[in-house]
Design a protein around this ligand. Sequence first.
Ligand SMILES: *[C@@H]1O[C@H](CO)[C@@H](O)[C@H](O)[C@H]1NC(C)=O
Ligand SMILES: *[C@@H]1O[C@H](CO)[C@@H](O)[C@H](O)[C@H]1NC(C)=O
Ligand SMILES: *[C@@H]1O[C@H](CO)[C@@H](O)[C@H](O)[C@H]1NC(C)=O
Ligand SMILES: *[C@@H]1O[C@H](CO)[C@@H](O)[C@H](O)[C@H]1NC(C)=O
Ligand SMILES: *[C@@H]1O[C@H](CO)[C@@H](O)[C@H](O)[C@H]1NC(C)=O
Ligand SMILES: *[C@@H]1O[C@H](CO)[C@@H](O)[C@H](O)[C@H]1NC(C)=O
Length: 849
Amino acid sequence: MSRLCLYLLICLSVFSQSALAAVLAIDYGADWIKASLMAPGVPFDVLLNKDSKRKMQATVGWKREDRLFGSDASNVAGRFPTDSFSSLKYLQAAPYDSNTVSYFMSISTAELLETSRGTVAVRRPDGSEWAVEELVAMQFAYVRELAEHQLNGERVTDVVITVPPFYTQHERDAVIDAAEIAGMKTLALVHDGAAVAVNYAMTRTFSETPEHHIIYDAGASSIRATVVSLKSVSDGSKTKSPGTQITVAGIGYDRQVGGTELDRRLREILINDFKKRYKKDIRTDRRGMAKLWKEAGRVKAILSANAEASSSVESLAFDIDYRSKVKRSEFESACADLKPRYARPILDALENAGLSLDDISSVILTGGASRTPMIQAAVKATVGESKISLNVNADEAAVLGAGLYGAGLSRQFKTKDIRISDIGSYDMAISYQSEGKSQANKPRTINTALFSVGSKLGTKKSLSFRRKEDFAVKFSYKSQPVPGYPTDIITVDIFGVTEALQNLTDRGAIDPIVKATVSLSESGFVTVHEVNAFGEIKDESIAGKLKGLFGNGASSDEENASEEEPSAREESTSSAPAASPSPAKKTEGTIPLEFKINLSSIPPMSVAEKRTARDRLAAINKQETAKRRREEARNTLEGYVYRLRDLLEEDATSPFMKCSQERERESISEKVNEVYSWLHEDGEDAETDQYLTRRSNLEALERPIVHRYKEIEDFPHALNDSQRWNWSTRLFITEARQNLTEAEKGGLPSKYTHQELEALEKTLIDHEKWLNEMVEKQKRVKMNEDPVLETSELRAKVKPLENHLQRLVRKKMPRPKKPVKASTSSSSSSAESTSSASAGGDPKRHVEL
Ligand SMILES: *[C@@H]1O[C@H](CO)[C@@H](O)[C@H](O)[C@H]1NC(C)=O
Ligand SMILES: *[C@@H]1O[C@H](CO)[C@@H](O)[C@H](O)[C@H]1NC(C)=O
Ligand SMILES: *[C@@H]1O[C@H](CO)[C@@H](O)[C@H](O)[C@H]1NC(C)=O
Ligand SMILES: *[C@@H]1O[C@H](CO)[C@@H](O)[C@H](O)[C@H]1NC(C)=O
Ligand SMILES: *[C@@H]1O[C@H](CO)[C@@H](O)[C@H](O)[C@H]1NC(C)=O
Ligand SMILES: *[C@@H]1O[C@H](CO)[C@@H](O)[C@H](O)[C@H]1NC(C)=O
């Protein structure tokens, strides 16, 4: 229902149709991938996978050589436990030695190893190693192909991807790197809470007084709460309907609680139960653990609706068919310690926003785990039943919102005017070395806050540094975002400071400084845009000198970032306060400085690494395409062989039998048998070309028979057409001759001359004669012989007649001429002859004059 509304609200802008590019949105979760597609001419909706499902499992895997995605990939985990990779979201930019990775190892049966970047890769049973980014890229690429398939092969490159608001810069890099490896450009990352808010706002209108809601998103790997305020905003323009402003006011989250942790607890119950009954530790059996993981998910789902669930896995491990029962109460008591944590993010988000529950209109539940009774109960207990709202689609709200957000960014689609102001989740600081004031004074490290929890995304700051030499500025999180995760983000090395400052000083600037413009981008990245040497250059007037003196006194070691000023106005934030309105003429001197962004302890993938990864993925794709082609060729040949066998066995009245000769059937039969045996022996694993060659050899034998059959079918129609032209021409000539005769009698001009009509009649008679002869010959041809008269020839032969007739029909009535002057040009001969004909002479002779 809401989908229909969305479609009605979104209309495409009509200009530059060809330039309209589709925007893909991906909601990549630990358990599920959802995608939506915004493209011209396609209703905006969730992208269906190959099984027409609206979501697919976030799993990639292999069954021996065959790469699998979604449920196919997760289903092979029981047989190939080290070749099926799920819950990869945990591992994005996770340091190999962090708790996150140990936790992942407790839920997964995959074999992990450390990359050169300190992150995680997997090792497949065949020994090949794949970085997490590459595995995620495979899934992104799979989704991209689904989208391209829906657009009939049109390329899809622009993507918007949802991320949890707590994702660090490193984790965000990992997402973007995966998209790039998958051949896509990330238009933006959008926090899932904000995306849900967009989806919520899309079909609703708001007043100018903001209303507050909490988006409570319980996913597989985490729980997030986002306080948003929604209100209507207008540009003051009367014509445009007002837009909606979404402002994220607070964020709370728990990175450890979620559906996966519940699955893990449930599996623990099963593991212990298995041990108690059979005195065996299933942990030693990867296959058993993989099967039990899947079973835990299934049992948990049953327990969401029932007080008890039976568990049953055939041949789980050690040849044991496992059967058991789990009570919901047992499961819930195993999770008792988590209970206070389910709703905690809501309280944190409120505190972050500086609001209380009373300010909140509703708590919108979303995310797969929000359906778990335990979690829902905890949220209800905290916020009160009346505030709970289930009015967005728990699975799809984020990806649909992200799609709309992306459409807004691409500016190619007209969407409802929804503006978002989101916030960051971390305190960030910069640090750098102070200048040694003197030889004795050792440089010290200066730490300054940069952005804080709740800083608006998409803001720029101008930083000033009193440094005389090249230096480096380190950007970092104030504390570890996750235990074991690095705090550093980027380091910026700034070059050419001394020369630039000297230049400014030489030009009269007093006490120039280094200024850097940094931003916390809409996608949550800290970046440095430019670094300049800056100074006010004054004239040598007394006033100027005085002012310089004041300015000089204002310097301090600790230069705070000016308050969230857009960079365009950074000059106004000069560290030297204007002491008095100075009459001195001054100009601003700015010299751009070279700077290099040096990477942190978890660098994003390098250009070369990404290129290699793309090549590896492309190689797999090529292999798979070749394999698909081979299988297709094989299947087509096999099918063809069976079809020919059937044809050979049909009764004598079938078209195939009627149109074929004994000799032909024999050679087909011989060849069919040969190919059939080949297919079941050497042909089992042949090259694509070998299948194609055999098929075309067989087709060559069948072709004459098919041709005869087609000719027999088509011939009456073609003949009918020819005869119709015959007939129309004959009619035309008769009528035109009558007109001519009448015109001659009345002394009037006539449209056609005798010669013209005679020439047409000759074409007609030639055609009729040929047609008669050929039809006679054709009558004697048997059905299983090649026709003497092909329909193509029939159609070709009638063309001249058709053209000739039409030329005359289209001819204009000659303009009546003054009959006095004899024409000298041959081009007017027809008009001339007509008028002369009326005089009763022989028209032919007149033309010859
Ligand atoms: C200062 O830099 C400008 C260009 O940025 C250059 O034209 C000028 O020569 C330099 N002056 C000195 C004194 O280095
Ligand atoms: C710099 O900012 C911090 C907090 O961000 C503040 O406590 C401090 O007073 C500021 N210092 C200056 C010199 O403005
Ligand atoms: C980049 O940072 C690393 C470690 O932080 C350091 O060893 C290296 O010298 C830096 N490179 C540059 C070009 O500053
Ligand atoms: C020939 O064409 C006419 C007119 O289109 C049609 O009525 C007649 O059935 C056709 N005959 C055959 C054999 O197709
Ligand atoms: C051509 O059409 C005319 C007029 O319908 C007919 O008399 C004649 O038999 C046709 N000729 C052939 C070869 O079909
Ligand atoms: C014969 O004359 C009539 C009446 O002027 C006209 O409608 C018709 O098209 C003419 N026929 C030909 C074949 O010129």
